[in-house]
Design a protein around this ligand. Structure first.
Ligand SMILES: O=C(CO)[C@@H](O)[C@H](O)COP(=O)(O)O
Ligand SMILES: [Fe+2]
Length: 215
């Protein structure tokens, strides 16, 4: 069953509670954290996640686009994130493994994210240790509203095969430019969690837009 994770990056931050309620027919809430270093944009941080947690029971799928993400695992876990996904490009492998160890110790679900340039095979050492999620970016991270990079579809298929081999049960999420049309391609390639910001918040009928993404 495919899960839909609306990205609140496309919400109105002055009406965040209202905009979270608007996507209540979805499964997860995708929270994009950007530090202005790993990506050329700044979004939201720990206090906002803490406030969101106080206002919703939705599963908080927290995408950390930050340098050296291990520095923030404790703070986001304490703020109420259910899952933390960190970019494998954001630090050296031992530090990424240490951050994943810390997530395990804190009881938060753990994910690894790949930029478009990163090859599928890079996830193998992380799948071997056990992961809850791999996130494939289908745009350059940093901004909502960009066009889907179709050249990432073979990578999604390759990672699906690696998950089935090394870590069955790990979810495969796709993020960036997902709409009703590209969602079909992602699902066909093996994705089972779809993030969408503009395709959901830009729709006049949000529940219908969420339903359309399910395929
Ligand atoms: O992580 C990111 C962008 O860096 C995403 O989560 C975007 O927020 C998705 O927005 P759309 O491409 O669906 O508009
Ligand atoms: Fe994201």
């Amino acid at each position: 069953m495919v899960k839909i994770a609306p990205s609140i990056l496309s919400a109105d931050f002055c009406n965040l509670e209202r905009d979270i309620q608007r996507v209540s027919t979805a499964d997860w809430l995708h929270v994009d954290v950007m530090d202005g270093m790993f990506v050329p944009n700044i979004s939201i941080g720990v206090p906002v996640v803490q406030s969101i947690r106080a206002h919703t029971d939705m599963f908080l799928d927290t995408h950390l686009m930050v340098e050296k993400p291990g520095r923030y695992v404790d703070a986001f876990a304490k703020a109420g994130a259910d899952l933390l996904s960190i970019h494998l490009e954001a630090d050296m492998p031992p530090a990424i493994h240490a951050a994943l160890d810390r997530m395990e110790a804190l009881g938060v679900k753990k994910g690894i994210v790949l930029r478009p340039i990163t090859a599928a095979e890079a996830v193998v050492p992380y799948l071997e240790r056990g992961l809850d999620l791999i996130l494939v970016m289908t745009v350059e991270p940093g901004f909502g509203g960009q066009s889907f990079l179709a050249d990432q579809l073979p990578k999604i298929s390759a990672i699906r095969a690696l998950i089935d081999r090394y870590c069955p049960g790990c979810r495969l999420e796709v993020d960036g430019g997902v709409n009703a049309k590209t969602a079909k391609d992602c699902i066909a390639a093996g994705a089972d969690v779809l993030v969408a910001g503009s395709a959901i918040y830009g729709a006049t009928d949000i529940p219908a837009a969420i339903a359309a993404l399910r395929g």
